[in-house]
Structure formats: C-alpha cells, structure tokens
Design a protein around this ligand. Structure first.
Ligand code: 13P
Length: 265
C-alpha cells in the first residue's frame, strides 16, 4: 500500500484581496480545527496575501505556499520575489513551473530547474508542475512531454536532495476548462512520471516515494475517483480552492481516503 503523504493544495492564482484572503483562510481554519486524519493542506495565495494567510493559519494544520519565485537570493531583478523573502514571511511551499507561468511568463524547463535548485537550497518544499497541451495530447506526445519536463526539472540535482519534492501533473487542457482528465488516464501518466524519475536515479527509488498530485478542473464531485488511484496522492486545486464550500469537501475526500487506507479497505 502507498505510504506517501496525501496533499491537498489550493492555488488561488491572481485572486483575493487581503480582506478576502483573511475571510477564506479563517473559514478554512475554523472548519478544520480539531479534525483528524487530515492530508497536508497548502494554501497558495498571491504574494500580496502571503503574510495575511501565514498569520491566519498559524497554529493550524494549514501551511502556506507561494505560486512562483525567482531563483536568485536578491539583486536588480525588478518585480521579482526571492526564496529568502518567502522564508522571511513564513512560507513553506512554492509552486514551480505552473503551465500559466510557462504559457504567459516565459518559464522554461531551464528556469524550472534553476528554481527547483533554489527551493531545495532554501528548504522550501517545491511543487513542480508538469503537463501536456491539448495539441501534444492529440499528437500522442503526452508521455514524451511529461518525461522531458521532469527530467529537465531534475537535471543536476542529487537524489539526496529530493526528500521533500512534490510533483503535480496538470494537463494544460484540463486547467480551468471543466474538462477533467479521466482519473485512470491521470493515474497512467502519474506512473509514467514515476518511472521516468526512477530511471534518472540509481540506488534510491525516488519515483516510488515522490508524492504526485493531479490538477485540472478538480472539484468535490470528481476528486474521490482521482484520490482512489494508486499513483495519485493528492490534488492541486485552482477554481474550487477559492470557496470553502468546494475546497472543504475536497479535503474531506482525502481524509476519507486516509481513513479507508488505515482500515485496510
Ligand atoms: P483549476 O482547478 O481551476 O482547473 O486550476 C488548476 C490549476 O491550475 C491548479 O494549479
């Protein structure tokens, strides 16, 4: 049975003012208070609300992540935020290589690799995003694309540094479209990613131990089938993470899965 961590992360993207962030994070914290068998829960608000959400979630089971960062520590890089600044705020996780960063902001496999190295250097937990476009899927390139992306992300990184790595498989065509990837297919791609990671390293099976999340139109109705898949350990949720009435049932689905696993069902 799979002993990997279960993780439910909410990527708020460019949404929520500080006041709205306070309201959403406070509602989640109070609903989750005293609950057991929770997955790791990570909220990723925009930079402007990181401090607010860190404060609202302190002493709760909820952790905070950033949606992006620069790989350098400081310097003349107007508009960028460094890992040092994130740590200073109490941020623990960082999303790296989200497809919207790749699509709209020039993120490449090379910058993903640089950011992953920086996250490791600063002990931020990286959530590295991968996924194919619709065109790539229709041309049967899915496996080749995700394999290339993960190999490039991990280039020149020693296996001993990857204990905290999290991977998110997010097919681009499933993001924000309501077109969720079939759970069995998402599981198949997750297993391709695992095999690719395993083949990159000898001696240690990182591929087997790395948590892999699925992202792309996750909602309370489809999440359970995803979490039931053997190679999927959690969710990276966009739109449905913006409302407690949608995000809480997603967390609860992971909680139910943990209980089923504990009872050996
Ligand atoms: P949606 O859940 O809105 O499809 O977004 C997924 C995503 O991009 C999470 O990072």
């Amino acid at each position: 049975m799979n002993q990997r961590k279960r993780i439910i992360a909410g990527n708020w993207k460019m949404n929520k003012t500080r006041e709205e962030a306070t309201e959403l994070s406070s509602a989640l914290v109070s609903a989750l208070s005293g609950q057991e068998d929770l997955p790791e829960i990570v909220l990723c608000p925009p930079f402007t609300s990181l401090q607010t959400v860190v404060e609202k979630t302190s002493l709760s089971p909820v952790a905070v992540g950033a949606q992006n960062m620069d790989w350098r520590d400081s310097g003349a890089f107007t508009g960028e935020i460094s890992p040092v600044m994130l740590l200073d705020l109490g941020v623990k996780y960082v999303i790296i290589g989200h497809s919207e960063r790749r699509q709209f902001f020039g993120e490449t496999n090379t910058t993903v690799n640089q950011k992953l190295k920086a996250a490791i250097k600063h002990s931020l937990v990286p959530i590295v995003c991968l996924g194919e476009t619709l065109d790539e899927r229709e041309n049967n390139l899915t496996d080749a694309v995700v394999s290339r992306q993960i190999a490039a992300a991990l280039a020149d990184i020693d296996a001993t540094l990857l204990a905290e790595l999290i991977i998110a498989y997010e097919p681009v065509w499933a993001i924000g479209t309501g077109k969720v990837c079939d759970a069995k297919e998402a599981n198949r791609v997750a297993s391709v990613i695992r095999k690719t990671v395993s083949n990159l390293y000898t001696g240690v099976d990182i591929g087997l131990s790395v948590p892999i999340l699925y992202g792309g139109s996750v909602n309370p109705k489809n999440v359970d089938e995803q979490l039931a898949q053997p190679d999927i350990d959690g969710s990276l949720v966009g739109g449905a993470s913006l409302k407690p009435e949608e995000f809480l049932p997603i967390i609860q689905a992971a909680q139910n899965r943990a209980r089923l696993a504990a009872s050996g069902t």
